[in-house]
Design a protein around this ligand. Structure first.
Ligand SMILES: [Zn+2]
Length: 182
């Protein structure tokens, strides 16, 4: 059964008044600089191609916690053109397979909030096998409080994920636009 990583007594907060206009996010006009632009590979990049970058999380308790970002600065799913949207589906399947192939992973969780930065990015978290307390929305909370994964575990996960994605070949393998017939 899923559980918060905190024990009672917890008290329910009062919902605050709406903050309108909302404060700018990183990468929004008037906000701090975008944390992803200029959309280049960095020290935590596991895999990339002409359009996408896959990075491993920093200071995470979950080896294999990765985030996928576009190279181009677009905000949300609503802003992806058809080619990027198709890529996203293909890549999500590949990342899911790569995470499920890690040792002792039960499920791949996919999170897209868009509340922190204005540059399109989606998180994929491996939910450890048997960690039923961390089901559903509890996993990011547990990720915050559990000890940081070891460098060895993170390095191993990065290598395994990179190998999986590389072995699956180019994301856009089709020469012709996909017509859904095959
Ligand atoms: Zn950006």
């Amino acid at each position: 059964m899923m559980e918060l990583p905190y024990a009672p007594p917890l008290t329910r907060r009062t919902l605050a008044d709406p903050v309108i206009p909302e404060p700018p996010r990183r990468g929004d006009p008037g906000g701090e600089p975008c944390g992803v632009c200029p959309g280049e590979d960095g020290p935590h990049t596991i895999w990339s191609d002409d359009n996408w970058i896959l990075n491993h999380g920093v200071e995470t308790s979950l080896a294999g916690a990765v985030w996928l970002a576009t190279r181009v600065h677009v905000d949300s799913f609503a802003d992806l053109d058809s080619a990027l949207a198709q890529d996203f589906g293909v890549l999500s399947g590949r990342i899911d397979r790569a995470l499920l192939a890690l040792p002792d992973v039960a499920r791949t969780h996919v999170y897209r909030w868009g509340d922190g930065g204005a540059h399109f990015h989606v998180w994929y978290l491996p939910r450890p096998l048997g960690m039923v307390q961390a089901q559903k929305m509890m996993l990011p909370l547990w990720e915050e409080v559990l000890p940081r994964a070891s460098d060895e575990a993170i390095s191993d996960a990065k290598r395994r994920i990179a190998d999986c994605l590389t072995n699956e070949g180019p994301v856009r393998a089709r020469e012709q636009p996909w017509d859904g017939a095959s």
